[in-house]
Design a protein around this ligand. Sequence first.
Ligand SMILES: Nc1ncnc2c1ncn2[C@@H]1O[C@H](COP(=O)(O)OP(=O)(O)OP(=O)(O)O)[C@@H](O)[C@H]1O
Length: 700
Amino acid sequence: MNYNLLETSIEYLKGVGPQRGDLLKQELSIFKYGDLLHLYPNRYIDRTKYYKINELFNNHTEVQIVGKVIHIKVVEQKRGKRLVATFTDGTGEIELVWFQGIKWIKDSLKLNTPYVIFGKTNRFNQGISMPHPELELLEEHKKNISSAMQAVYPSTEKLSAKISNKSMIKLMQQLIMETHALFTDSLSQDLLKTLGLISIKEALIQIHFPKNAEILAKAQFRLKFEELFYIQMQLLIKNIARKGKIKGFPFNEVGSYFNSFYKNHLPFPLTNAQKKVIKEIRQDVGAPAQMNRLLQGDVGSGKTIVAFMSCLLALDNNFQACMVAPTEILATQHFLGISELGKAMNINIKLLTGSTKTAERKIIHEELENGSLQILIGTHAVFEDKVKFKNIGLAIIDEQHRFGVEQRSKLWKKNHIPPHVLVMTATPIPRTLAMSLYGDLDISVIDELPPGRKPIQTMHFFERKRLTVWHFIRKEIAKGRQVYIVYPLIEESESLDYKNLMEGYEGISRDFPLPQYSVSIVHGKMTPAEKDREMERFSKGETNLMVATTVIEVGVNVPNASVMIIESAERFGLSQLHQLRGRVGRGAEQSYCILMTRDKLSNDSKIRMETMCRTNDGFEISEVDLKLRGPGDIMGTQQSGTLPLKIADLVKDQDILHYARHQAIQLLKKDPALELPEHQRIKNKLALLNKKATIWNYIS
Ligand SMILES: Nc1ncnc2c1ncn2[C@@H]1O[C@H](COP(=O)(O)OP(=O)(O)OP(=O)(O)O)[C@@H](O)[C@H]1O
């Protein structure tokens, strides 16, 4: 492919010019020929289908009608002028309406001459109108229609008054005419044949100008494959390179810390899933390359002990380990949990957070540098430059979505050789997404809950049933259980949410009065010490109810708390609801999650509530979440940028993604360094991709 041509600035394309060029650049980020080529249609319409006016009962997305203009008038109103043409096909009449280009259209419209009009219809009291229709003389239309399927470009819906779909099609014709001779494949002919793919040239022509539905499907498959294949190739190659190049510290010893804990101090038998994951980690850290593993485990699946035993492997090899959590509460929970696990083993474990006192901090710094501090647990305070390890061998990052990749790499830089990295997440990521985003990490999954857990029963109640819910809580408290009541706290409406929380707290304190009941409260405006005190009262069982914002979303572990009430549940996303629910169901008692919502719910909210009531499976929930919200949203805006997909859809195209990944793996197995002559184009393209953000800057 001649790259320079696709790099040509868009205004030079015949039919564009400076004015339209600016419009394309500003509104659609189309700067170059290449950008336009990869503006794919979002749907196709059948240009051989004609409607009759008397068939138009509802508002239609798009219809095509043959008929004549019989009358034109300019209507002047306070709001401005509009041109109205009466159009008939013999079965009825509709009004064609223009608000712009009035003079030009009025002068060029031919009365009583057959036209094909195309556009969206609106019904109003007196009849039907079609604003800004596309018009073509029937004679011309017959000449121009080469295929039944005509592309509709997403942009034209946005810019219809400025660049019609018809103009867009013309631009695309011009572009393809100028550039198509240069489209060449990066995949070898043999590979295309084996995979049954059409050529890139054919695919690009057919995606814009499909001859029929069958060839269009092939073109779409080809382009989606291309997109996903190269993303997978990039990720897999990164992984191979990391394993080859980035030396890690091999933990050769499985020594006394690990063995003595395993033999003498395990508080419970490990689940098979935990054993499997520990084995995977042992294999990784035992090899001379750096481990980079993502550990996924549903809420309450028992990740802490896996993290702890991984730390023991580091200690056995005279390395320090460090565990970082996104919030102070969570870091403290980990510290307590890990200290408890390690209590019989005389290990120096310390906690470093924003609120660690200077004197304690000084000791931590010293002990880290002289190596006597073996496991450091903390928040982002650990990333500070002042914090220097003698020899950090393992870094465990919990809930990595909240840390940027950059922050993570700060930990790496704390050594001349980067430590092994274990990233833990309780947010289940659907496999498809994990594959696309973390294809460069190895993935372990704890897919089994500790035994004896009763599935949490989830119920959805409307506000008007609050008394029933209160009655239920009283019964549970009478059995000795504890209850969480969680309120949303969303940044944009923070003060209002805060008010709701405090009002809720007052109401609850009234409905559950002392001395029979006692209520704790934890929210973001409290100092860490206050939060800790309240959390402690609750975890010791001194209070029956805990009113909180989502600060308790992760990591809180009070096994006796068996009821979770989520207020305004419609305002939470699915994964957040699932995380919150995970705070209960940690003991042997039957646990409940009650979702309280207002009476009127949107469709999406209904699906969220139904999903929560139907399943406890975090992966199933995240699949639904992915469908409702789309991948970008799930990962947060930061990550969505890493998926520069133009045509593939991670929800709908999972099969193609798996296929593309499989093919990428096969290819790299055969030729890991891409040395074979038939892979040179792939190699070249990958080299270019590493320089550019998206694969679509290049075709071949
Ligand atoms: N194999 C096991 N058998 C019995 N209990 C277990 C087992 N593994 C973990 N547990 C217990 O299950 C509870 C949850 O474990 P842990 O806190 O490690 O979960 P988690 O995966 O970190 O969950 P979250 O992400 O929600 O904090 C703890 O009380 C822990 O002691």
